[in-house]
Design a protein around this ligand. Structure first.
Ligand code: FES
Ligand SMILES: [Fe+2]
Length: 419
């Protein structure tokens, strides 16, 4: 055998191991470890402004459901198949007290109680019947649901970012139409790959240096071209990265990004003009789709979309100069975005083929923490970050800061313990 042959044989694709994904991360349906963990927390299921006078079909945590708003304004979330004979309530009539199945007219309120059976008005069985439903809470322009066991339902958390709003500040819903044109496809509606391809990314400070900055020009602000020094830590309920960029001026730009169990991220605005940070939920729809909901604290009247555009997400002149959903393969090959980086991992990433490096520490910690919490739930224990007598306090730490000097203390003490 020649030297060349030996070289060629090493690492050839032929005979490689079958690739697998990590089931604990990927699956979100009922009865799966990750799905049961996700079900223990309030999850956004729709934006308030999506739900008006018609029922809306949603997919969340591998369940198909119907979200509606009765004519009194109360949101409801129910299993779609009418419990009488299965007609979909997507065709239901919205009434002052609920939703009426069009087939035989059973009327269900927002908690699935059957209020009327028009063909058998005196049938007492009506009181025993319940269309399967989930509780919902409407807050900050989002409709949240709790899809877990009734005796484990937590109080809705207090979100520190939204406490003590100044008179000139407000909370706005991101996602959908509020994203700048170039990002519409990234945030509107359902995205077409597994939620972890996306969620991993929030604990990946290094890709900003390559994907968004140096591979083919800055998509965001210029300062992100500096390779950061990164410190990664567990917090009380998640993982955070503290990124330091050493500027020519001698100052240090600190950027803190944070994930909170099980599917929240808080990311500092790319520029400080936008406010401190936003809080977002990456919500699995199916194994190969998810939705992203985000809330930002901003100065009143700020047009978030144009502000983001102004800040250069994406920078004017960056990209092929057409709406994102019209980009073809060549456009994506010349102008790489988060979308191709994540969709390029496949509809579901194949974790057994990865080679995680020190730069992937935060991502690895996040996955590990998530799986540990899923194990806790499987053992009958409570995962982190839930409040039953008092609401849990979700502490948003993400933000930007300009620091002086070489030795840097990071904001917010932590004990570094593993959860
Ligand atoms: S199928 Fe819905 S009322 Fe009969
Ligand atoms: Fe990114």
């Amino acid at each position: 055998m020649s030297e060349q042959m030996e070289f060629d044989t090493d690492g050839r694709a032929y005979g490689r191991a079958l690739a697998e994904f990590d089931e604990k991360l990927v699956h979100s349906g009922p009865g799966t470890p990750g799905g049961e963990l996700l079900r223990r927390y309030w999850q956004p299921v729709a934006r308030s402004n999506e739900v008006s006078d018609l029922p809306v079909a949603v997919t969340i945590l591998d369940e198909n459901l119907i979200v509606f708003r009765d004519r009194s304004g109360n949101p409801g979330l129910v299993y779609p198949r009418c419990m009488h004979r299965g007609t979909s309530l997507i065709y239901g009539k919205i009434e002052p007290n609920g939703i009426r199945c069009p087939y035989h007219g059973w009327l269900f309120d927002t908690q699935g109680r059957c209020l009327e059976m028009p063909c058998e008005p005196d049938n007492k069985l009506r009181h025993k019947i319940r269309q399967p439903w989930y509780p919902v809470i409407e807050k900050y322009g989002l409709i949240f649901t709790y899809m877990g066991p009734a005796d484990k339902q937590p109080l809705f958390p207090v979100i520190s970012l939204f406490e003590e709003l100044a008179d000139d500040e407000e909370i706005v819903v991101g996602g959908g139409s509020q994203q700048p044109a170039g990002q519409q496809a990234l945030f509107a509606g359902y995205q077409d790959f597994n939620w972890w391809n996306f969620y991993d990314n929030f604990m990946d400070p290094f890709h900003v240096y390559v994907l968004h900055s140096t591979i083919n020009g800055s998509q965001f602000v210029e300062s992100l071209k500096i390779l950061p020094k990164v410190q990664t830590e567990y917090t009380a309920d998640g993982v955070r990265t503290i990124q330091h960029r050493y500027l020519k001026s001698g100052q240090v730009h600190q950027r803190l990004s944070q994930t909170i169990m099980p599917n929240i991220n808080c990311t500092a605005a790319v520029g400080d003009e936008l406010g401190p940070a936003g809080i977002s939920w990456t919500v699995a729809a199916t194994d190969t789709s998810y939705r992203f909901f985000t809330l930002n604290r901003v100065k009143k009247g700020v047009d978030l979309a144009s502000n983001l555009q102004k800040l250069g997400i994406l920078q004017p002149g960056w990209g092929p100069g057409k709406p994102f959903d019209e980009w073809n393969l060549e456009d994506h090959q010349r102008w790489q975005t988060d979308y191709v980086a994540q969709k390029g991992q496949g509809d579901i990433n194949l974790h057994s083929e990865e080679h995680l490096m020190p730069m992937d520490k935060a991502t690895a910690m996040l996955r590990r923490l998530f799986k540990k919490q899923a194990d806790r739930v499987a053992r009958g224990e409570d995962p982190v970050g839930l409040g039953f007598k008092e609401p849990y306090h979700l502490k948003v730490m993400a933000g930007n800061a300009m620091l002086d000097g070489e030795t840097l203390e990071c904001v917010d003490g932590y004990d570094g313990r593993e959860l």
